[in-house]
Design a protein around this ligand. Structure first.
Ligand SMILES: [Zn+2]
Length: 241
């Protein structure tokens, strides 16, 4: 009997379905990965590039994994080069930033923060939720689920030893320090970054879609120009110009 059979038999699987993406990832990470893999959740680090939030950082002798998670429910289209990926739900298209590009930035920041070579860090994107890939995805873009093991296979498939135990210890110390720091100072700084993001005139701070200039057609503000999200009506973000 595998662990997955046990989950099914005990009804745990059904109960886990209601969990949010991050909690699910946390559960799966801690339960299914052996002790060789140390998992840091929601890591906020500060570098010259600004502050960066990384959903999960996994530390192992086989290198680090910077993990970006997405919670999506529709059909997913995307490739490595595209700036925006597409989610289709009931024939409606929604756009979100290419998570591989996002995570590339995370990987660079992590390399800088830890002072290690970027070749020791792998980028992994996990899609939670009831979504389906409609284009072929690179092997570091996986479906996540209690019963989907693709991402674990990706992680456990890397067997070349890249880090000594001394290096692992010092990396873990740095990441712990980042976690403690993020409780206060990085948290505050991150708020600044978020503020900056909200003042962008090109991309939506809520969903990452493009902002487009629009003009109110009715109401008190008729004729007034504003910036609205191109994913409207799903995303209702708007701001004055
Ligand atoms: Zn938006």
């Amino acid at each position: 009997m595998t662990l997955e059979d046990i989950l099914k038999a005990t009804g745990l699987e059904a109960r886990l379905k209601g969990w949010t993406g991050e909690l699910k990832t946390r559960f799966v990470n801690s339960l299914f990965l052996s002790a060789e893999y140390k998992v840091f959740n929601n890591v906020i680090i500060r570098t010259k590039r600004g502050s960066t939030q990384i959903d999960h950082v996994i530390v192992s002798p086989y290198g680090l994994f910077a993990v970006e998670t997405k919670d999506k429910t529709g059909w997913i289209y995307g490739d490595e080069e595209q700036r925006q990926w597409t989610e289709v739900i009931y024939n409606k298209r929604y756009y979100f930033p290419n998570p591989l590009h996002q995570n590339y930035g995370h990987k660079m920041s992590l390399a800088e923060y830890l002072g290690i070579g970027r070749e020791k860090i792998r980028s992994l994107v996990i899609f939670w939720g009831n979504c389906e890939f409609k284009t072929s995805m690179p092997d570091n873009v996986c479906k996540g689920g209690i019963l989907s093991s693709g991402f674990r296979e990706y992680i456990q498939g890397k067997r070349e030893v890249l880090l000594s135990s001394e290096m692992i210890d010092s990396i873990c110390l740095r990441l712990k320090a980042a976690k403690e720091d993020s409780g206060f100072f990085s948290g505050l700084r991150h708020v600044d970054e978020v503020k900056r993001k909200y003042s962008s005139i090109t991309s939506c701070p809520k969903c990452g879609g493009d902002l487009v200039k629009r003009v109110s057609t009715r109401g008190e503000r008729k004729g007034v120009a504003f910036l609205g999200c191109s994913n409207y009506p799903r995303c209702k973000y708007l701001r004055d110009i």
